[in-house]
Design a protein around this ligand. Structure first.
Ligand code: CUA
Length: 157
């Protein structure tokens, strides 16, 4: 009887597949040379941002002595709020999302840059120094006026 032999083969094959699946889930991006270390922000519904406790009224709020959170919406073809005003010598965490298409959020002249995906919240933290102004640009092609999608980050005394 050959049936028994094939059954064993199938069993072995499915075990291999299960292990391969687990490995893929566990080590997903390693083979590509990158690995995501954190993506712990809750998803948001891009269609109802207006009802969101923070994104409904995007802006900067103080959360500690020198700590601030800035909720920002990137959409065709602007950033809200604009300008984003934050105090000097503070830690600012930006939470950025989009109601329409993929955008970028980059602070010109710094390494602060992230992709902004509808339904997801991009999070980056920066330390501010002396008062000055920075441009904010969109680094992802998002439509006809992509090149004109600019904002301002103002660090104030
Ligand atoms: Cu938004 Cu390019």
């Amino acid at each position: 009887m050959h049936v028994h032999k094939y059954e064993k083969l199938w069993l072995a094959l499915s075990l291999v597949l299960i292990l391969a699946f687990i490995a893929t889930v566990t080590y997903g991006a390693v083979g590509a040379g990158v690995s995501m270390v954190a993506d712990d922000e809750e998803p948001v519904n891009p269609d109802t941002l207006g009802d969101h406790p923070q994104f409904g009224e995007p802006g900067v709020e103080q959360v500690g002595e020198n700590e601030y959170e800035a909720y920002v919406i990137a959409e065709q073809f602007e950033f809200t709020p604009d300008p984003i005003v934050v105090p000097e010598h503070s830690t600012v965490t930006f939470y950025v999302t989009s109601p329409d298409v993929i955008h970028g959020f980059g602070v010109v002249g710094t390494n602060a840059n992230t992709m902004v995906i509808p339904g997801e919240v991009a999070k980056i933290t920066v330390e501010t120094d002396e008062p000055r102004e920075f441009g904010i640009v969109c680094n992802e092609y998002c439509g006809a006026a992509h090149h004109a999608m600019e904002g301002k980050l103002v660090v104030v005394p």
